[in-house]
Write a protein that binds this ligand. Sequence first.
Ligand code: CA
Length: 335
Amino acid sequence: MDLMTTQRPSPVTPTVDLMADGVQHGFLRLPFSRDDSAWGSVMVPLTVIKNGIGQTALLTGGNHGDEYEGPIALFDLARSLKPEDVNGRVIIIPAMNYPAFTAGTRTSPIDKGNMNRSFPGRPDGTMTERIADYFQRVLLPMADIVLDFHSGGKTLDFLPFCAAHILPDKFQEAKSFEFVEAFGAPFSMKMLEIDAVGMYDTAAEEMGKTFITTEIGGAGTATATSVMIAKRGVSNVLKACGIMAGEIDPQPTQWLDMPDGDCFCFAEEGGLIELLVDLGDTVTKGSVIARIYPVTRTGAAPWEIHAKMGGILTARHVPGLVKPGDCVSVIAVAV
Ligand code: CA
C-alpha cells in the first residue's frame, strides 16, 4: 500500500459519537452507489456503551457472514447492556461484514470479499476492504481488548472453543490466554492458522492488542448450547477486564493445541463423505477418519483419509459432499 492510500480518510462515517457517555445504537455508514440506490449506503449496525474512563472492549461477530453464535450473543448484549453496568467502553458490531451477514454467506455478495483476508484494507478498495480499513485505522486503535466471534459457517463444524495465537511477544500471548481461560468455553485452543496473512487477528495482534477469538459450533446455524457458551463467554471477558462489574462464571475447560500442519486433513478427491469419528472423539495416528465415495458409479472403493497425528477430532467438514481441496478434519492435542 502506498503512502497516499494510507493517508486518505476513510469513507466510513459512524452515525453515533464513539466518545460519548451513555448507550448509542447506530451504524457505520459506507457509501455504496449502485443500480437500486444511486446515493445509497451499506449500514453496519453498531452499539457503543460508555461510562467514564476505563478500558475499551471491541466485540465483533459476522466477520464471516454465515456464522451465528457471535451475532446472536452480540445483538442480545447490545440491547441489554446498560451504561451503569460498564466502567469504560464497549463497542459492539454484531455483523462486521454486514453484506455477507445479510446474504448468509461467508464472503460479501458485493465483491466476494473475505473480511478475514482483507486486512489492513484500503480506503479506496472494495467494500470489504473499506470496512477493514476503518477497523484497522479507527476502531482497533481505540481498543484494549478485542473479541472476534467465529464459528464453522456452512462448511465446517467445531468443538466449542475460545482461542488465541502463539505470539512473539510472550507477555501479550500470556494475557491473551488469560482471557481465553476467562471466556470459559468447554475447550480452549492455542491456535495455528493455515494462512494468517490479511487476518483481523493479525492486524490486532501486530498493534499489541489483547486479541481472542472463538470457533463455537458451525454447520450454518447455532444451537441453544452454542449460544449459551457465546453469551456466557462475552460476559466473562468483560468482567475479567474490569469493564463489567461482578464475578466471572468460571468453567472447566480442556486446553487444546494445534502443534503443526499435520492437524489438518484435506480432500484430494471429491465425493460423498463418511466420517468414521465424531467431534470430540479420540483418534490415533494413521487411523482412517473418513471415507470419500466416488459418486459417479457403484462398486468403486472409497478414498480413505488417514489421521496424520493422534488427538481429538476438533473440526469436521459439512455438509455431505466434499470437493478436492476441502478441509475435511482438524485434529488437536489435549495439553
Ligand atoms: Ca470464521
